[in-house]
Design a protein around this ligand. Structure first.
Ligand code: FRU
Length: 498
């Protein structure tokens, strides 16, 4: 495949060609992370949905759609104890659980039912179960099953999309499913619920990192009708007993402060801190973004994200270890300043073949009483050739926001592609001396910008389409109060495709 296009992410997953949406069937087994996705191999918009395998060599369709039905989103489990009976002599049997979305001759939606397929070769090839569907329905809005192991049973969350309910089912064998309860009318509804997930997460002490408790998290995508437009993913924190989910509070929390992270799913089979990936796009413009016409592909996934719960409670996001590891992707150090004061660092990365960077900036010891409302730390990625720039940064004062502004880029003109995002309350609460501190970890990857702010307290995923490549990074601190200590480090990232 050709991954050389100027907008083609180099450390994020994107399909060789065609249109991709939701991540599907993610699991970890015997040292390999597996990812499938909603895929239209023959078009640059949604349609003809299949689930395609990405791991090692490109494989054929993982689960081929039959006539007049799409394979919609779903998940994968490892049936280590052969509960299904599909794997008499194996402890590495893999079962996919997904939605069959039928449609009528006139194109209108038919029933959506839940089906399974099994794999004897760790997910490279699948066979349909001959008695599908395993959950029948007459609804044309019943989809996206995510299955986890709970105690001695399997538990599924699945969306009754337009009834705004997450259905919870249980099964001894992945074939026979019993409805147990509904989690209904929570949070942002949009026009429909999609892609529910449920995952067990450790609650960690801020200072020691020790696990002090354990909760369940339901993530739930909704669209259209998100606060920022289009699609959004929210989450709820609570307890799960295998059949019922009850929230610890009435709050709806968002996984992302920008608008390009949807339909996230957690990997099955990851112990400890769960790892998720989302679709780095938004249904408002996913089918129009310029990578389609210019480069023949549309949509990338977010980086995998490690997550845990803070006592606050909320999700804390962490970069996967691989980002810090020279082996897979961390490249040359391009800048490193430990006490820059109210100064700046400029990095010309035109020669970095991947065009991708990892940036960390920290400001500690901020004396808030002496700050002015003009105290800032800015990260700006510019194209000297065209004068375009992606801007981001911190402001002190007011509600202490971090912002990202893609309005200075000219490669995509679309009324829904709004350009300014911000998140309030960004202090890093992990600072040892408990003084105010800023912390940002950012990956810029050609047409994708992912930032973790406040030590993972907030995450933002932002698509960007410059008309010329961005090649000049400036990190600048201004009007910070005396005593503030600024450190900046910038690395090149290596292409995963080269
Ligand atoms: C979410 C979604 C799912 C559905 C899939 C179809 O983006 O609409 O609800 O299963 O995409 O591709």
């Amino acid at each position: 495949a050709n991954y050389t296009g100027p907008l083609r992410p180099q450390v994020h997953y994107s399909p060789p060609k065609g249109f991709m949406n939701d991540p599907n069937g993610m699991f970890y087994l015997n040292g390999v992370f597996h990812l499938y996705y909603q895929y239209n191999p023959t078009g640059l918009g949604a349609g003809n949905q299949q689930r395609r395998l990405h791991v090692g060599e490109p494989a054929d369709r993982a689960v081929p759609p039959e006539e007049r039905q799409y394979v919609f989103s779903g998940s994968v489990v490892v049936d280590a104890n052969n509960t299904s009976g599909f794997f008499p002599n194996q402890n590495n049997g893999v079962v996919a659980v997904f939605t069959l979305a039928r449609y009528n001759a006139d194109g209108s939606g038919g029933p959506q039912t839940q089906a399974i397929a099994y794999s004897h070769d760790e997910g490279y090839t699948f066979q349909y179960y001959d008695q599908n569907p395993v959950i029948n329905s007459t609804s044309s809005h019943f989809r996206d099953p995510k299955v986890i192991r709970h105690g001695d049973a399997w538990a599924m969350v699945v969306a009754y999309a337009q009834e705004f309910a997450v259905g919870i089912f249980t099964s001894p064998d992945l074939k026979q499913w019993t409805w147990a309860s509904n989690f209904t009318n929570h949070g942002l509804l949009g026009a429909q619920y999609e892609c529910p997930n449920i995952v067990k997460m450790p609650v960690r002490d801020r200072d020691s990192g020790a696990v002090v408790d354990e909760k369940y998290v339901i993530t739930l995508s909704a669209q259209p009708g998100a606060p920022l437009g289009g699609s959004v993913t929210q989450y709820f924190i609570g307890d799960f007993n295998g059949t019922h989910f009850s929230t610890v509070d009435a709050a709806t929390r968002l996984t992302d402060f920008a608008k390009d992270n949807y339909a996230a799913q957690f990997f099955y089979g990851v112990e400890g801190n769960p790892i998720s990936m989302g679709w780095a796009s938004n249904w408002q413009y996913a089918q129009q973004v310029p990578t389609g016409n210019n480069e023949g592909w549309r949509s990338a996934m977010t980086l995998p994200r490690v997550s845990y719960l803070t006592k606050a409670p909320r999700i804390g996001w962490t970069m996967v270890d691989e980002i810090y590891d020279p082996e897979p992707i961390l490249g040359d150090s391009l800048a490193s300043k430990t006490d820059m004061g109210n100064g700046s660092v400029t990095v010309d990365y035109a020669d970095v073949a991947s065009g991708a960077l990892y940036v960390e900036a920290n400001v500690t010891g901020i004396d808030v009483a002496k700050a002015t409302s003009f105290s800032t730390l800015n990260l700006t990625f510019a194209s000297p050739a065209s004068g375009e720039a992606l801007r981001s940064g911190f402001y002190l004062g007011g509600d202490n926001p971090f912002f990202v502004d893609r309005g200075g880029l000219r490669g995509f003109d679309n009324v829904f592609f709004t350009d300014k995002f911000s998140v309030a309350d960004v202090y890093y609460d992990g600072a040892a001396d408990k003084s105010a501190a800023w912390r940002v970890q950012a990956v810029l990857d050609r047409s994708l910008y992912e930032v973790f702010v406040g030590g993972g307290r907030h995450a933002g995923t932002v698509l960007l389409y410059p008309s010329q490549p961005l090649t000049l990074l400036t990190v600048a601190a201004r009007d910070l109060p005396p005593g503030a200590k600024v450190s900046v480090a910038v690395w090149a990232l290596k292409s995963t495709w080269a």
